[in-house]
Design a binder for this molecule. Structure first.
Ligand code: NAD
Length: 297
């Protein structure tokens, strides 16, 4: 297929490279010239504008920072495309913008899927991302071969916006559970309970969860968790804050009571403000330890 790829950043470039490896022809556009050059090195084509990238494309993938970028680029795409290519937005954005751009595309008779991902930069490079997809059944069926070249698990979550809804609900669970696990280890430290013992017990008890058993925020129990490499991301705390704020935006718009989600967002906001934003989001353990120590009488 001829595929246009807009947004060749940390995630977009390796995703576009996997499309090339699967045999698709990829024409890319990014505001950063160096990213375009890297796409060319992998066999892609560099376009000078969005319009040039999407000319003749059968599918267009966008991987942009936030809702305002997607809201700006989608009308440019709609004005420039020939025929009825499938649009796939894999950026993590607010549900309202996702639904709005899908409706704009539908006015042009064009299908747009919201298809945010989990799996991070590692998953993007390995082609093992999970895609959570919102859109019609027919659009999902059209998008599947494109998504399969970039990911391993692809789930149709429902109509337009359902992919973004699934993403922020999942990440709200993750943000809250990571803080919960971190607090338990801070308490264990203060009680003189060995961390490994807490891990051995809780990982087989009702405290068991992904934040504990796959991504443990203290060094030791899970050898490949970021805690063992100085909280090098992984998934940076700023990105977790972004997703928690999107969840809060959706909760306010939909009238959903999410008090722990709101509190988790405040904790990540404070963590980012003290300069920890570029570290892995499991740095909550270190942050909470230090915070409590600083506040101790
Ligand atoms: P990034 O900042 O590395 O890449 C975004 C790219 O978009 C940049 O190269 C930027 O130049 C480009 N861009 C911005 N505006 C543009 C425009 N108008 N036209 C063309 N290009 C434009 O971000 P990223 O880490 O690749 O993340 C992309 C999206 O994926 C975000 O929504 C993020 O929340 C989501 N995400 C990221 C991760 C992760 O681990 N990095 C994981 C899951 C989801």
């Amino acid at each position: 297929m001829k595929i246009a790829f807009i947004g060749l950043g940390n995630m977009g470039l390796p995703m576009a490279v996997n499309l090339l490896k699967a045999g698709h022809a990829v024409s890319g556009f990014d505001l950063v010239a160096a990213s375009l050059q890297r796409l060319v090195e992998y066999g892609g084509r560099a376009a000078a504008t969005v319009a040039e990238a999407v000319a003749g494309a059968e599918a267009v993938v966008t991987m942009l920072p936030a809702g305002k970028h997607v809201a700006g680029v989608v009308p440019e795409i709609l004005a420039a495309v020939q025929g009825k290519p499938l649009l796939i937005d894999s950026s993590t954005i607010d549900v309202e913008t996702a639904r709005r751009v899908a409706a704009q595309a539908a006015e042009h008779g064009i299908d747009l899927l919201d298809a945010p991902v989990s799996g991070g930069v590692g998953g993007a490079a390995a082609g093992t991302l999970t895609f959570m997809v919102g859109g019609t059944e027919a659009a999902f069926a059209r998008g599947l071969p494109v998504l399969q070249a970039m990911g391993k698990t692809i789930v149709h979550a429902g109509g337009p916006g359902a992919g973004q809804s699934a993403k922020i609900c999942n990440n709200m669970i993750l943000g809250i559970s990571m803080i919960g696990v971190s607090e338990a280890f801070v308490l264990a430290d203060r009680l003189g309970l060995d961390r490994q013992k807490l891990f051995d017990i809780a990982s087989k008890s009702s405290g068991q969860c992904w934040s504990l058993t796959s991504y443990c925020p203290v060094p030791g129990p899970v050898p490949n968790s970021p805690a063992n490499r100085g909280y090098l991301p992984g998934f940076a705390a700023t990105l977790m804050l972004k997703d928690l704020l999107l969840a809060q935006q959706a909760a306010e718009a939909g009238g959903a009571p999410t008090p722990l989600g709101a509190h988790a967002a405040r904790i990540y906001q404070a963590l980012v403000e003290v300069g920890e934003g570029d570290r892995d989001f499991s740095v909550t353990y270190e942050y909470l330890s230090d915070l409590y120590r600083a506040e101790a009488p």
